[in-house]
Design a binder for this molecule. Structure first.
Ligand SMILES: Cc1ncc(COP(=O)(O)O)c(C=O)c1O
Length: 372
C-alpha cells in the first residue's frame, strides 16, 4: 500500500465489538483477567499497553516501515526511553545543531551513568568518522535539524555507524515519514515528537520510537517504559492516531507554503540567510533531494541587523504567532535564542518558522509588513 493509504488504514480496522469505523478510545486502566492472571485479549494494565495505544503503534510502525513502535508521553520521554537503554560508559555522537532537550540530557542526566557525547556536524562525514571512539555505541542524527535545518546523509551515517559496530537513530520529527523514511535508508530506529506534525493541531503531546527490528533495544525500551510509566495516555494516542490520518495531506500543504515563503524571503534585503533545504542554495539541498520526498514546513531566517532586527520582526507579525513548538495548522515563529535557557546556542539573529496551513499569500503579506 502507498503511504497516503497506509496513513488512513494502518491501525484502523473497524472495532470487532461494535463495528465502529473510527477507532474506539479505551480509557480503562485495567483489564479483566482470569483467577490466575490469564489475559483475555493480551492486556492487563494501561501502563504496559492498551488497545488505543496499540493502534497508534501499529500505525507508526507501518508509516516508518519498522517492525515495532513504542509510544511515549512526549518526544523527550521517547528520546530518554531510547538513551536509557545504552550501557553505562557508552559514547554517543550527537549533532551540533539539534533540539536543545537532547543536549540537556547529555549535560545533566546521562553523565551520572558515565555516558558521554561528542557534538559533530552530521553533514560532514569526515568529522563524524574522526569523532568515533572504541566505546561509541550510537550516532544520533536529526535531519533536517532544529533550528538550522542542517541536512545529514542518513544512508552514509548508517553505513558509518554499522561499520563501527554502532547504531544509528534518527529524530524524524521535522520531516515525518511522509517526507523521509530513515529505516529504509539503514537507520536502526526513528524517534518522533508526535506533539508536532503527527498531532498537527498544537493540542496534544506525545512521542514515539519506531524500531527497524524487534531487537533487544526494543525489548529493553518496552520493559523500561512499562516499569517507569512514560507511556502515552489513551486519549493522546487517540488524538495522534487521528492526526496521522491527515498527515500526508497536511505535509504537502506545509511544504508548498514553506517553499513559497523561503523563496520570497531569500530575495529580501533585510535577510542574511534563509535556512530551508528546498532552496538550491542550501548546502544540504542535493542530499535532501536524494532522501526526502519534499522539504518540509520548517525554516529559519537570519537577519543582517542581528538580534535587534530579529526581535523587531517578531514583534510585528500578525498572522504568525510568537510561540514555541511546531507542526500545527497555524504558523508560528520563535526567536530560539530567547527560549534556550541560560546558555543559548542558536544564533541571536535567527528566527525559526513553523509554516502552517493558512493561505500562502496571507502569510507572505504578513511577512512583508513585518519586514518593512
Ligand atoms: C526535533 C525535536 N525533537 C524532539 C523534541 C521534543 O519533543 P516534545 O516537546 O514532544 O517532548 C522537539 C520539541 O520541540 C523537537 O523539535
Amino acid at each position: 500500500m502507498r503511504f497516503e493509504t497506509l496513513a488512513i488504514h494502518a491501525g484502523a480496522e473497524a472495532d470487532t465489538e461494535s463495528g465502529a469505523v473510527a477507532p474506539p478510545l479505551h480509557m480503562s486502566t485495567t483489564f479483566q483477567h482470569g483467577p490466575a492472571g490469564e489475559r483475555r485479549a493480551g492486556y492487563e494494565y494501561q501502563r504496559e499497553a492498551n488497545p488505543t495505544q496499540d493502534r497508534l503503534e501499529t500505525c507508526l510502525a507501518a508509516l516508518e516501515g519498522g517492525e515495532r513502535a513504542l509510544v511515549y508521553a512526549s518526544g523527550m520521554a521517547a528520546m530518554q526511553g531510547y538513551l536509557e537503554c545504552l550501557a553505562n560508559g557508552s559514547h554517543v555522537l550527537i549533532p551540533t545543531d539539534c533540539y536543545t532537550g537532547l543536549r540537556t540530557l547529555f549535560h545533566e542526566f546521562l553523565p551520572h551513568r558515565g555516558i558521554t557525547a561528542t557534538a559533530v556536524d552530521m553533514s560532514d562525514l569526515l568529522e563524524v568518522r574522526a569523532a568515533l571512539r572504541p566505546e561509541t555505541a550510537l550516532i544520533w542524527a536529526e535531519t533536517p535539524s532544529n533550528p538550522l535545518l542542517a541536512v545529514a546523509d542518513i544512508a552514509a551515517l548508517a553505513e558509518t555507524a554499522h561499520a563501527h559496530g554502532a547504531l544509528l537513530v534518527c529524530d524524524n520529527t521535522f520531516a515525518t515519514p511522509a517526507l523521509q523514511q530513515p529505516l529504509a535508508l539503514g537507520a536502526d530506529a526513528v524517534m518522533h515528537s508526535t506533539t508536532k506534525y503527527f498531532g498537527g493541531h498544537s493540542d496534544v503531546m506525545g512521542g514515539a520510537l519506531v524500531f527497524a527490528q524487534a531487537d533487544s533495544v526494543y525489548e529493553q525500551a518496552a520493559h523500561r517504559r512499562h516499569i517507569t510509566g512514560s507511556i502515552a495516555s489513551p486519549f493522546n494516542s487517540w488524538l495522534i492516531l487521528r492526526g496521522a490520518r491527515s498527515l500526508p495531506a497536511r505535509m504537502a500543504w506545509h511544504c508548498r507554503n514553506a517553499q513559497l515563503i523561503a523563496e520570497f524571503l531569500s530575495s529580501h534585503p533585510a535577510i542574511e540567510s534563509v535556512n530551508y533545504p528546498g532552496l538550491p542554495t542550501h548546502p544540504g539541498h542535493a542530499i535532501a533531494r536524494k532522501q526526502m520526498r519534499d522539504f518540509g514546513g520548517m525554516l529559519s531566517i537570519q537577519f543582517i541587523g542581528g538580534r535587534e532586527a530579529a526581535l523587531r520582526f517578531a514583534s510585528r507579525v500578525k498572522v504568525f504567532t510568537n510561540a514555541t513548538s511546531l507542526g500545527g495548522v497555524e504558523s508560528l515563529i520563535e526567536h530560539r535564542a530567547s527560549t534556550e535557557g541560560a546558555n543559548p546556542v542558536s544564533p541571536q539573529n535567527l528566527i525559526r518558522m513553523s509554516v502552517g496551513l493558512e493561505h500562502p499569500d496571507d502569510l507572505i503579506d504578513d511577512l512583508k509588513q513585518a519586514l518593512l
